[in-house]
Design a binder for this molecule. Sequence first.
Ligand SMILES: [Zn+2]
Length: 66
Amino acid sequence: MTKTVKCPQCGKTVQWVPESKYRPFCSERCKLIDFGAWAKEEHSIPGEPAFDDLMSQELDDTPTRH
Ligand SMILES: [Zn+2]
């Protein structure tokens, strides 16, 4: 009996076998999407929303500055 898991990204059933090299994701794409989301979360420091607000505000105030 093969163990199966659900892809955390799209919910597709993935067989937990060595052949499923992106497990628990169903594909490389889903794996990359999840990694991207993780990296994004890592970028913003939890508990310091003020920092994030400052950043976006600064971007809004200087839209043409490069
Ligand atoms: Zn998937």
